[in-house]
Ligand binder design. Structure first.
Ligand SMILES: C[S@@+](CC[C@H](N)C(=O)[O-])C[C@H]1O[C@@H](n2cnc3c(N)ncnc32)[C@H](O)[C@@H]1O
Length: 279
């Protein structure tokens, strides 16, 4: 795939949603320092290296795309460290970042974050309760991903909407184990992305660690789930995506969401929005 130097792909009429097409290493360099309140990043896992998995009962290759092929531990680490450094530069002093990953990349990401002075706040387990079976029968069945949550540095006074989280959890403290189903058909009506995250996961990230009006950045925006959660909840959004097909998908999802006030999962959002006083 040809790389793109980075250009504005789509901007909403109200300018609260901007999507750049390009390599996030290049685009991030042009984002002014200390302008972003919250980063959500779902970077390459570097796991598409010829393995097999089970999908709808069939054995299929784990090939998410060229972007997900490993270049070896050291080069993969350098890549993670580069974009994490840029995110630290663009975060406001009290900003924070969530990074989602699996055993293939999360230790490399975590080591890079510790090395550059991020303050690690939580390692959240996203528990996917209906995983496909493990075909090799030589491992435990993979059923989770990790979200590392970190403040920009040791001095940061990061946002955590503790009371709201407690309310959304039926009056009990919200724990770091998040039981959330992968996205269903209703979230894939505009097209498919191999690693699309559920809107519920991103809504929890957004409402827990930002406030209405805040600016949220996703440097690996994929199908645009972060942008949907951000704008639905009254935040501003900047996304970066390398692949034009996925940038188009993210654009379609944003447009459809704003045209269709009765979209299939609108009621969950209305509930969360009511909790944050947006209705
Ligand atoms: C794990 S997926 C993100 C999925 C996303 N969270 C969602 O809900 O759809 C990673 C995405 O990053 C994109 N990507 C990979 N390398 C990139 C780079 N250097 N710059 C920008 N985007 C990149 C891939 O095309 C892919 O869509």
């Amino acid at each position: 795939m040809a790389t793109h130097p980075g250009k504005l792909h789509y901007e909403s009429t109200s300018k609260d949603y901007r999507l750049y097409l390009g390599d996030s290493l290049e685009v991030l360099r042009r984002v002014p320092a200390e302008t972003v309140d919250l980063v959500f990043a779902d970077p390459p896992y570097f796991l598409s290296n010829g393995g097999m998995t089970c999908s709808s009962g069939k054995m299929v290759s784990v090939h998410k795309g060229k972007w997900d092929a490993s270049n070896g531990i050291e080069k993969d680490f350098k890549f993670q460290a580069k974009w994490l450094r840029e995110c630290q530069r663009v975060l406001k002093p009290n900003g924070s970042i969530f990074v989602c990953g699996t055993r293939h990349n999360i230790f490399s990401v975590g080591f890079a974050m510790q090395s550059m002075g991020y303050k690690l706040l939580n390692d959240i387990v996203w528990y996917k309760r209906n995983p496909p079976p493990n075909l090799a029968c030589r491992y435990f069945t993979h059923t989770s991903e990790t979200l590392l949550w970190a403040a920009r540095d040791e001095k940061a006074k990061w946002t955590f909407n503790y009371q709201l989280m407690k309310r959304l959890n039926g009056g009990k403290q919200m724990k770091s184990l998040w039981n959330i189903l992968p996205p269903g058909k209703s979230e894939k009506m505009q097209g498919r992305h191999p690693t699309q995250k559920p809107i519920e996961l991103l809504e929890r990230v957004v409402v827990s660690a930002s406030n209405p009006g805040d600016l949220i950045l996703d440097p690996f925006c994929g199908s645009g789930t972060t942008g949907l959660a951000a704008t639905r909840l009254g935040r501003r959004f900047v996304g970066i995506e390398l692949d034009p097909e996925y940038a188009d998908l993210a654009t379609r999802r944003h447009l459809a969401d704003h045209l269709d006030a009765n979209s299939a999962y609108r009621s969950d959002v209305d509930y969360v929005a009511a909790q944050v006083g947006l209705q």
